[in-house]
Design a protein around this ligand. Structure first.
Ligand code: NDP
Ligand code: OXD
Length: 312
């Protein structure tokens, strides 16, 4: 069986091979652009952003694995073989790391870690008192999927009140939930820190813009860990300058890498992180993909399937 890989660059292949040798001995793990590879011999693909049309040219392909939880860069391919399972990569380590990132970001905003970093860069002893404890502000999570639910549970573990918003109604113990367009404004009005964990879809494109930001309580915090196409960066910076937002942690951008001349880099109230919100280890991703392949080989359905109908 052959698994072709396009994730992390060719330099990462040796590491993928070593992990797959441990979890799926017998699986031949090959680089995406390997000139000696016969396309007709490929069974599975593990990819982040395949060139459009390439997957359709693998006639024996049986399933596609995203190397991340969001598979928008794969689903964007107009020639994607939509009859094949497209499996999102959601090992337990991915949701754990995202939950840790979200907790870190929420705590950073509560303590104004950006202000402390600025002071340290200037060797300044800038003593100040945080005006509230993190547990005094309600965090609103947009997107109650694998990432949002784990983040909610971990925030709750810190004693932080959490509300959530999703497309369909959810019942999450300890979390007040809102669903659909009709309940969005009521959700936003309560979100003192807004965390975006939505997939990139036509419905979420450009969502984090002035009309939405204006619905938040004044001085809200923003943690954006969804996708860059969901935000209008000038609107976020304007909301920060106007005091509508008090701080933002932005992990995703359009385009990535964030260009060196972006005003986000130097804005005093923005923390930029380079799309590392979750980033599980290759070992755990290989373990997860190997487990999914074993299920497929037994004729079972793997978890976390992308739905072309929903678009995520
Ligand atoms: P899931 O598919 O498990 O969950 C998506 C959630 O978003 C669901 O609750 C869904 O609602 C909700 N949703 C989708 N569309 C809408 C909409 N139009 N209105 C309201 N709610 C909506 O995805 P994951 O939790 O695994 O991942 C979410 C996203 O996080 C990824 O697609 C990716 O963009 C981003 N991500 C970013 C990472 C990073 O490092 N920055 C790492 C991993 C993921 P419902 O429950 O009703 O279906
Ligand atoms: C993902 C990501 O989708 O890292 O997993 O963005």
């Amino acid at each position: 069986m052959i698994l072709v890989v396009k994730s992390g660059g060719e330099a990462a292949l040796a590491e993928w091979r070593a992990h797959f040798a441990e979890f799926a001995p017998g699986l031949d793990c090959r680089w995406w652009d390997d000139p000696s590879l016969d396309p007709a011999a490929v069974d599975y693909a593990l990819v982040w952003d395949p060139e459009p049309g390439r997957l359709a040219r693998l006639p024996r392909l049986r399933a596609i694995f995203g190397s991340g939880a969001g598979v928008d860069a794969i689903a964007a391919d107009p020639d994607l073989p939509r009859h094949l399972p497209l499996v999102r990569c959601v090992p337990p380590e991915a949701t754990q790391r995202m939950g840790e990132f979200v907790c870190w970001a929420v705590l950073s905003l509560a303590r104004d870690a950006r202000r402390m970093a600025r002071a340290q860069a200037g060797s300044a002893w800038d003593y100040f008192e945080a005006p509230f404890a993190a547990a005094e502000r309600t965090v609103g999570i947009m997107g109650l999927g694998a990432m949002g639910l784990r983040s909610a549970a971990m925030l709750r573990g810190l004693g932080i009140p959490v509300i959530g918003w999703s497309r369909t109604q959810k019942d999450v113990p300890g979390v007040e939930t809102f669903a659909g367009e009709g309940e969005r404004d009521a959700f936003l009005a309560r979100a003192e820190v807004l965390v975006c964990l939505l997939p990139a879809t036509p419905q979420t494109q450009g969502l984090i813009a002035a009309p939405l930001l204006d619905r938040l309580p004044r001085g809200a915090g923003l943690v954006q860990v969804g996708r860059g196409v969901q935000q209008v960066l000038p609107d976020i910076l304007a909301a920060l300058d106007a005091g509508q937002l008090s701080g933002a942690v932005l992990d995703v951008f359009e385009p990535e890498p964030l260009p060196p001349d972006s005003p986000a880099w130097t804005h005093p109230r923005v923390t930029v992180t380079p799309h590392v919100g979750s980033l599980p280890s290759r070992r755990e991703r290989a373990r997860y993909v190997a487990g999914c392949i074993a299920r497929l080989e037994r004729g079972e359905t793997p978890p976390n399937l992308y739905s072309p109908e929903r678009g995520y």
